[in-house]
Design a protein around this ligand. Structure first.
Ligand code: PEP
Ligand code: MG
Length: 321
């Protein structure tokens, strides 16, 4: 089986009918970088910058941060890396950090909200990223963006730093996570301003269904493979395509074969996931007759009525194959 996985690693990421799908990794620590070559990933679709900060229990200074980000870019060796700015708060708290008592930390003072209220903190991180890029292409993604104004404010901080750092990056791509539902209602305006978007299904589903992502009792109750989410993702595919904005999915769902199959069936061409999911997803894709599945998915969507989930008919089709 080991040998089988290794052989799979070196094959291109294609569906059975030859449609390319970009498979990338979610990574947060430099020690995970070896997984890039171990899995044959095409890049890092989500580098969670806060993980190293959580591991060391503090936010590093600019030089230390830059050293970490430079190691990431070195290991990626030209493969794309989407650096997400610090997503602290919610379920990711620094020990001892003074924070307000909140009844709902996931919806509280966290993530980009902290960065916009403490711009010096975010600017130091942005400077570190620009320094690490050292004149090469750099892609920066903001988390928990709830409206276009927040994206603009965050990008302005990035551009202010970029004006000062030399050498300037050969290309600076600025994008956002789509994980707060309100932002989905501003897509036309947003898509005029971003270089890429990535769906964070972990938070998006949590907020869409008002269901805490960490509560086991809710884990089986709301499903990515449900009409509301499928319709939403399908609209997103149409609108990003029309706007020419690259779309990826970086929530954990992308690592589960049935979910990944459905995302690809909806037209999503880039998935970023934990390393453990990459080769199983790749194996699934190699056996996926995408045109046939697209027809099945369309028919399931037409006939599902008000079902809470369409997991079963999708799974049944996959089992038959
Ligand atoms: C997400 O919310 O889906 C996501 C990828 O980010 P995180 O899990 O770090 O919140
Ligand atoms: Mg998130």
């Amino acid at each position: 089986r080991e040998a089988g996985w290794a052989a799979l690693r070196d094959q291109p990421n294609l569906t059975m009918d030859g449609t390319p799908v970009r498979l990338m990794l979610n990574i947060g620590l430099t020690m995970e970088l070896a997984q890039l070559d171990a899995t044959g990933a095409e890049g890092i679709g989500l580098f969670r910058t806060e993980i190293a900060m959580l591991a060391r229990g503090a936010i590093a200074d600019v030089a230390e941060q830059a050293a970490v980000y430079a190691r990431v870019l070195d290991a990626a060796a030209g493969r794309p890396v989407l650096f997400r700015t610090m997503d602290l708060g919610g379920d990711k708290l620094l020990p001892g950090s003074a924070r307000p008592e909140e009844e709902n930390p996931a919806m509280g003072w966290r993530s980009l909200r902290i960065g916009l209220d403490r711009p010096a903190l975010l600017r130091r991180q942005l400077r570190a990223l620009l320094l690490a890029a050292n004149g090469h292409e750099l892609s920066v993604m903001f988390p928990m963006v709830a409206n276009v104004a927040e994206f603009r404010a965050a990008r302005a901080l990035l551009l202010a730093e970029a004006a000062k750092v030399r050498p300037a990056p050969a290309r600076l791509n600025v994008g956002t996570m789509l994980e707060v539902p309100a932002l989905l209602f501003q897509l036309p305006a947003l898509l005029r301003e971003v270089d890429f978007v990535s769906v964070g299904t972990n938070d998006l589903l949590q907020f869409l269904f008002a269901a805490d992502r960490g509560t086991p009792a809710l884990a089986g109750r709301y499903d990515l493979l449900s009409p509301p989410v499928i319709d939403l993702l399908s609209t997103l595919v149409e609108q990003t395509r029309a706007a020419g904005v690259p779309l990826s999915v970086c929530g954990e769902a992308a690592s589960r074969p049935l979910e990944a199959m459905t995302l690809v069936g909806l037209g999503i061409g880039a998935l970023s996931m934990p390393a453990s999911g990459l080769l199983p997803v790749k194996a699934m894709l190699a056996e996926l007759d995408l045109p046939a599945f697209r027809q099945v998915l369309a028919s399931i969507r037409r006939t599902c009525g008000a079902e809470a989930s369409v997991r079963e008919p999708i799974a049944a089709w996959a089992r038959e194959r």
